[in-house]
Design a protein around this ligand. Structure first.
Ligand code: GLU
Length: 450
């Protein structure tokens, strides 16, 4: 693995392995960025003399805390809370909170590391951070969720703030959780500090389009990729993994742009609906009932297959959007997609494609966008929410969506330009990693060794 890196970065990577033992996902995320830096090896002596790469790989601050809470039966539970404040060179730390049993320091660090470059790509003044807990919200009552969120914020509040660190949602954290978190922050601090969290509800400082933004943005980005290659989404069959917030609004935008989504998934399996997914039904089951996809199959009767073995990537399609979680699209999935003639893969989730799978897609000539570029619409709209909060304003849906679309077009353009300039046209991975890195590195150089 390490020999794939330019010799100028191998020692740095060895240091990352030694300093962060066992953090597999974090190593994977760092490796991928270092690989993309090959074209600038030796070209920026100021980066080397100021140790920019070593500093980028070391979070500015990592907070780990106990989260005790009481369930409906009176039993005490202890979870672990995290906030990794990774890099604030271009703005306050910004990134979501994930509540999922798989959360550990490696996961939070890989997410926080990716967030640095993603946020830089948006062109907006936001640094990188991420947090969360190994709390499992599945099957918990509203009151249990509220008690957990209140306990979590009772520690987190002292570390965050409009000018310091601005959390938002991620897997397991949506409007309901952000409401409880914001309420507790407001109560403890006695401050109505709207821009301390994003993804808020519309009546209390939220932004139009924030809910839709990650999914919509991913599809806007995919559309740009197709257009740049003289193609379009019109009439294309799409597969979208996941069925959470990102997936649902990716499906919605694909349908609006003339494509047809025929499959989506949850942790219990996947459904194939050849007629095109019924979005109202999907939203009712996932957003209102917080139910399972088996309910979708039951409601649609024999027309829909619910499959519990195999993989969603076996479903033939032209467009594939992994919108569930990290490493969900492995080598076998990439092989199946390629064999079935996939044209484009754009990541709605963070790091969903394994390195081997990504390599296969690129070698096969599939248009492939990494999440740092294609899913940046969520955090970009969070930054628009911060802007609205700062000016005590709220914009219309149309204005906000137009801003989002323009941001995604600009990210696409910048990635293409960077890839062209550094000798690998069409390589979105290099374009995104290197483009984001250069912005952060230049700001770090300007600010000296801090
Ligand atoms: N969790 C989202 C992401 O992965 C959004 C973060 C935010 O809005 O701050 O980018």
């Amino acid at each position: 693995m390490i020999e794939e890196l330019h010799p100028a970065f191998q020692t740095e990577f060895e240091q990352v392995l030694a300093r962060n033992p066992g953090e597999r996902e974090f190593h994977q995320a760092v490796f991928e960025v270092m690989l993309s830096l090959t074209p600038i090896a030796g070209t920026h002596p100021e980066y080397a003399s100021w140790s920019i790469l070593q500093r980028v790989c070391e979070p500015e601050r990592q907070i780990i805390f106990r989260v005790p809470w009481v369930d409906d039966q009176g039993t005490v539970h202890i979870n672990r809370g995290f906030r990794v404040e990774f890099n604030s060179a271009i703005g306050p730390y910004k990134g979501g909170l994930r509540f999922h049993p798989s959360v550990n320091l490696s996961i939070v660090k890989f997410l926080g590391f990716e967030q640095i470059f993603k946020n830089a790509l948006t062109g907006l003044p936001i640094g990188g951070g991420k947090g969360g807990s190994d709390f499992d919200p599945k099957g918990r009552s509203d009151l249990e969720i509220m008690r957990f969120c209140q306990s979590f914020m009772t520690e987190l509040y002292r570390h965050i703030g409009e000018y310091t660190d601005v959390p938002a949602g991620d897997i397991g954290v949506g409007g309901r959780e952000l409401g409880y978190l914001f309420g507790q922050y407001k109560r403890i601090t006695n401050r109505y500090e709207s821009a301390v969290l994003t993804g808020k509800g519309l009546p209390w400082g939220g932004s139009q389009v924030r809910t839709e933004a990650t999914g919509y943005g991913t599809v806007f980005f995919a559309d740009e990729m197709l257009k740049a290659n003289g193609r379009s989404l019109e009439g294309k069959r799409a597969v979208v993994s996941g069925s959470g917030n990102v997936a649902i609004y990716a499906v919605e935008k694909i349908h609006q742009l003339g494509g047809k989504v025929i499959a989506c998934s949850d942790s219990g399996g996947y459904i194939v609906d050849e007629a095109g997914l019924d979005l109202d039904l999907l939203k009712e089951i996932k957003e209102v009932r917080r139910g399972r996809l088996t309910e979708y199959a039951e409601a649609r009767g024999g027309a829909v297959r619910h499959i519990t073995d195999g993989s969603i990537w076996d479903v033939p399609c032209e467009v594939a959007l992994p919108c569930a979680t990290q490493n969900e699209l492995p080598e076998a999935g990439a092989k199946a997609l390629i064999a079935n003639g996939v044209e484009l893969v754009a990541e709605g989730a963070n790091m969903p494609t394994t390195p081997d799978a990504a390599k296969l897609l690129v070698q096969a000539g599939v248009l492939y966008a990494p999440g740092k570029a294609s899913n940046a619409g969520g955090v970009a709209t969070s930054a628009l929410e911060m802007q609205q909060n700062a000016s005590r304003d709220s914009w219309s849906f149309e204005k906000t969506e137009a801003r989002l679309q323009h941001i995604m077009e600009t990210i696409h353009h910048d990635c293409m330009e960077t890839a062209d300039k550094y000798g690998d046209p069409g390589n979105y991975v290099m374009g995104a990693n290197l483009g984001g890195y250069l912005r952060v590195a230049d700001a770090m150089v300007a600010m000296g060794v801090i």
